[in-house]
Design a protein around this ligand. Structure first.
Ligand code: HEC
Ligand code: HEC
Length: 403
């Protein structure tokens, strides 16, 4: 575990001092190192979306337009009511404000926002997918999310998107020979029908299925994190003095970097290291046991739709993240992906199953650093007084998208 403590100079400005004296903007000193750390959190530091060699249409605008339509299309579900946008609402940062998401039925985790996640090598709270396109295939086949299956989706493409599909991906297979409902899914009738199909037909359907994911991925890659007051402040003339950020928010930034140690995991322009950590978040009674990254690391390597699989457009050399990922380790038990803190202040509840209802209690969690329900929490208790906690929450508010 990496937990560098930025003891100085941030810790030197005790909150007590701030509470007693009127805050003097000239007083706190920022070293060049501090300033470059702060700049590294700004959107200006975000590189262009990395290439995805596993998806040859990743940056094809026609694929993105097709993927956008599919993202909002409820015909890609067993009951005709669920689309990606059901749980990833564009006007709600592409998430749904629920502790547990609801599709055809209820999920056992919270929906994740999508903006900027093209930069994330692994997707989902447990990282069981290694690309946007492979990720999209999960909910489509999940019995509690879209609830449908592969031949159903191939038929929807044939009936409603044939022209756009053929233009991007080439000819569709002969769909007339395919069962209406078949796929390796929980539904027993669809699963049996899938087993009964010729291998070549299954492969042809898999290709259409993977291409649906690739079109969705092309769309998702265009979803960039919106600018925040924090980003404008870093680019402003008054930086690092108060202006677009208040003195309180700037003090909160110092807690974030210093006494809070938040930047150790929530670093970089997305305020996430993209890695997996056990932070002692409580389990939810009544939900199945969730072992987090421990399970995700196994699943991503076995996934036929991963970067090394037959439906990937990549060469093995392009799949470094997957090939060189750490496959197992004691620190993976109940480790979850560090979420981006961009926009977090305005989208409670928090954590992988919405366990914590508000920011105040998130910060209280970090201060207390409770023992993990399984595995080992990486957190150590913090000493943050009331003022510092308040400042920290205020700073997180400055990471909200501009109205
Ligand atoms: C029923 C609600 C629901 C639907 C429908 C749904 N999702 Fe999700 N989405 C979730 C939940 C819950 C998670 C986290 C699940 C997990 O970690 O196991 C998630 C995670 C994700 C992630 C991972 C983000 C990250 O940071 O790792 C992406 C990307 C995503 N969904 C895209 C999609 C796409 C594309 C579709 C449509 C094909 C879709 N989702 C359909 C609820 C939903
Ligand atoms: C050891 C790494 C680590 C450190 C240090 C850390 N976090 Fe986190 N943070 C995480 C992980 C991992 C999660 C998701 C945990 C889960 O869902 O089980 C998370 C979740 C969050 C969330 C919820 C976001 C959401 O969308 O659900 C907030 C807010 C947050 N952290 C703020 C902070 C603050 C403030 C600090 C400093 C006091 C901090 N974090 C320190 C790793 C860390």
């Amino acid at each position: 575990m990496r937990r560098i403590l930025f003891a100085l100079p941030f810790a030197a400005i005790g909150a007590g001092a701030l509470a007693i004296h009127l805050p003097d903007p000239a007083a706190p000193t920022w070293s060049e190192e501090d300033l470059s750390l702060v700049r590294s959190l700004s959107l200006d530091a975000l590189p262009p979306v990395p290439a995805d060699p596993s998806n040859r249409v990743a940056d094809d605008p026609r694929a993105a337009a097709l993927g956008r339509s599919i993202f909002f299309d409820t015909r890609f579900s067993s009951n005709g009511k669920v689309a990606c946008a059901t749980c990833h609402l564009p006007d709600r940062q592409f998430q749904d404000d629920r502790a547990l998401s609801k599709g055809v039925s209820e999920t056992s985790r919270r929906a994740m926002p999508i903006a900027g996640m093209a930069h994330s090598p692994f997707l989902f709270w447990d990282g069981r997918k290694d690309s946007f396109w492979s990720q999209a295939l999960g909910p489509l086949e999940s019995a509690v999310e879209h609830g449908g299956d592969r031949t159903q989706y191939a038929h929807v493409i044939g009936a409603h998107y044939a022209e756009a599909y053929v233009e991007v991906f080439g000819p569709l297979p002969d769909l007339d020979v395919l069962p209406a409902r078949a796929g390796p899914v929980a539904d027993p009738a669809a699963a049996t029908a899938w087993e009964g199909m010729a291998r070549s037909d299954r492969e042809a359907v898999n290709l259409v299925f993977a291409n649906v994911g690739k079109a969705i991925a092309a769309f998702e890659r265009t979803i960039a994190p919106p600018e925040t007051r924090f980003d404008l402040w870093v680019a402003s003339r008054e930086f690092p003095g108060p202006g677009l950020l208040t003195t309180e928010e700037i003090a909160g930034l110092r807690v974030f970097l210093g006494a809070g140690g938040c930047v150790n995991c929530h670093g970089g322009p997305l305020l996430s290291d993209g890695h997996f950590h056990n932070t002692g978040v409580p389990a939810v009674p009544g939900l199945p046991e969730d072992r987090g990254r421990e399970t995700g690391a196994l699943l991503v390597r076995e996934d036929p739709f991963n970067c090394l699989g037959p439906y990937s457009d990549a060469q093995p050399a392009d799949c470094a993240e997957l090939r060189f990922m750490v496959p197992a380790g004691a620190d993976m038990l109940r480790a979850f992906k560090t979420p981006s803190l961009r926009g977090a202040a305005s989208r409670p509840p928090y954590m992988h199953a919405g366990q914590i209802p508000d920011l105040e209690r998130v910060i209280a969690h970090y201060v207390a650093a409770p023992e993990a329900p399984a595995g080992q929490s990486e957190l150590r208790p913090l000493t943050l007084d009331h003022t510092q906690r308040h400042e920290l929450a205020a700073f997180l508010g400055a990471l909200d998208p501009l109205p």
